[in-house]
Structure formats: C-alpha cells, structure tokens
Design a protein around this ligand. Structure first.
Ligand code: NAP
Length: 254
C-alpha cells in the first residue's frame, strides 16, 4: 500500500470499535500517525499496540467527547504528541431506535450529546490545527470526514431522533465545507448503510428483537473495513480534489 499520508497526523473519534477502529488501522497503513479517541481505554491501548506492531504509530486518548473540556483535551494531546493535525474523522456515534410516541428522552439526550455536541466540540477544537496543516503541512491540505449515515439522507419509521442527528451532521458538513474549503480544509460526509458493528447493541431488548436483529438476519451488511476504505479514499485524494459526500451501501440495500 502506498503511504500517501506519511508525515501527517489523524484523529479518529470512536476508535475503540467498529468503523472507527478499522479506519484508524487503515489510516495508519497509509502512513498517518493516529490518535485513537473513545472512552474505553483498554480497547484503545490494545488497538494502539496492534498498530505499533504493524509498523505504524498510534496514541490512545481516553475521552468522553460529550464533555467539551475532554474533547478539547483529546485534540490537544494528539497535537502535543504528533506536533500537528491533518485529518479529523468524526466517527463516534450512538444509534438508539424506537417510536417517538412514549420515547425515552434520556436516550434522545445521549444520542444528541454524542452525534451532535461531541462532533461540534471536537471539530471546533481541531479546526485551528487543520487550517495550519492546510497552510504549512506536507500535503498542503487537511480533511474532516464526518461519518453520518444513510439515515441522514432517508428517514425511516423508528429512526426518528437518530435520523434527526444525522441529517444535522449532513447540514453542518455542507455549511462548514463552504466556510473552509477555499482554505484547503476539505469537509466531507460519508454515509454508510448497514455495517456489522456493535452499534445496535446499546438498544433496549425489545428494539433489538423487533428492529435490529431481523435487519441483520435478513439483509446483506457491510464490514467496517468497507467504510475505512471509503475514508481512506476521501483523505488520500490529491489537493485539488474534494469528495463532498460518499454513500457506501450494501448492494442489496441500494
Ligand atoms: N453500523 C452501522 O450500521 C452504521 C451505519 C451508518 C452509520 N454508522 C455510524 O458509524 C459511526 C461508528 O459506528 P459503529 O457502527 O462503528 O458503532 P460502534 O462499534 O458502536 O462504535 C461507536 C464508537 O463511538 C464511541 N463513542 C460512543 N460514545 C462516545 C463518547 N461519549 N465519547 C467518545 N466516544 C464515544 C464508542 O467508544 P466508547 O464506547 O469506548 O466510548 C465506539 O468506539 C457512528 O457515527 C454511526 O452512527 C454506523
């Protein structure tokens, strides 16, 4: 694999499992130093050790990105360790499904906190470093990739507030793109369809039984590595090319 990201540093939120872990591995294979951000330190340290063993460089950063101070400290730790930040992958997320009628508002709060507030805090903290990397860095370009969802484009029954957060991510991405692309910070959104990860496991048992397990049993799903390939494709484009939006769907779902 050509090391197009050699000399750059990336931060991936939600790197302790699923799409985030696969993306961190893939960016390290492309030569980036990678800061792994999530709450489960043991998992981050295990992944950092794997990446190091494979010849890459990774830093485990335990942080709850719903806390603004922790999100800022995570970005700061990455910049202190690697001296720079060229790529931000806003991947951490929570999907709690179910009807709006009689909904558990604490579930709404938790989703909004991670999918929206956490993404905003991390982005705000990272932007000055990304702008600097775009001006002075080895590639003279920097990237933000926001992992949204096909549920951020198409609404489905039961996806209510999850969809709300992901539609929000899409709108924010487009707005920020207009603000900073001319300064060579590319801001793109990647919208996966179903991917085999732990994402559904945080739901109440009745939701898992009625919505999530049948979906995984009946439908073809993607692997986290399929999404990691998409992120790598976006951030390894030459400086004059920006990918604004990328859908990745299992063939059966398109
Ligand atoms: N799987 C799918 O079918 C699918 C489809 C479309 C889009 N997506 C999106 O893809 C992204 C990744 O999801 P996934 O499928 O890989 O699910 P996952 O395996 O459950 O990963 C979610 C990640 O988010 C992290 N996270 C959650 N709350 C956090 C917090 N407060 N602070 C820091 N990190 C936090 C988790 O780490 P800790 O628990 O260690 O903090 C975990 O690493 C999400 O944004 C999701 O919406 C997934």
């Amino acid at each position: 694999m050509t090391a197009k990201l050699t000399g750059t540093a990336a931060l991936v939120t939600g790197a302790s499992s699923g799409i985030g872990a696969a993306t961190a591995r893939r960016l390290a294979e492309h030569g980036a130093c990678v800061a792994l951000v999530a709450r489960r330190r043991d998992r981050l340290e295990a992944l950092a050790a794997q990446i190091d063993k494979a010849g890459g460089t990774a830093l485990a950063v335990e942080a709850d990105i719903t806390d603004r101070t922790q999100a800022e400290a995570a970005v700061q730790q990455a910049v202190e360790r690697f001296g720079r930040l060229d790529t931000l992958v806003n991947n951490a997320g929570l999907m709690l499904l179910g009807p709006v009628v009689g909904a558990d508002t604490q579930e709404w709060d938790r989703m909004i906190a991670v999918n929206v507030q956490g993404l905003l805090y991390t982005t705000r903290a990272a932007l000055p470093h990304l702008l600097q990397a775009a001006e002075e860095g080895p590639r003279r370009v920097a990237d933000i990739v926001n992992i949204s969802s096909i549920a951020g484009r198409v609404a489905s029954n039961g996806y209510g507030v999850y969809s709300f957060t992901k539609f929000g991510v899409n709108g924010f991405t487009e707005s920020l793109r207009q603000e900073v692309t001319q300064r060579h910070v590319r801001v793109g959104v990647l919208e996966p369809g179903g991917v085999a990860t732990e994402l559904g496991s945080h739901n109440k048992p009745e939701v898992r039984n009625q919505m999530i397990d049948p979906f995984y049993q009946q439908t073809e799903v993607l692997a986290p590595e399929d999404i990691a390939d998409g992120v790598a494709y976006m951030v390894t484009r030459p400086r004059h090319t920006a990918i604004g939006e990328l859908w990745i769907m299992p063939t059966e779902q398109l």
